[in-house]
Design a protein around this ligand. Sequence first.
Ligand SMILES: [Zn+2]
Length: 67
Amino acid sequence: MAKCPTCGKPVEWKDNPWRPFCSERCKLIDFDKWTSEEYRVPGRQINPSEMPAPHSQSDVENEDEES
Ligand SMILES: [Zn+2]
């Protein structure tokens, strides 16, 4: 059985959208690792099509409802 490159846990290969990783989290961790370590480019360009959709965009649009 394959192992997750990030955490080393056995990876369920069948019906696993995140392979070779065990989960979306591990995939994102690894993605961030190689973009920051091997592609040290000013501005750090990431192709949006290679990134999974973020769970939320609350960091971008922070509506001020407390005032
Ligand atoms: Zn993992």
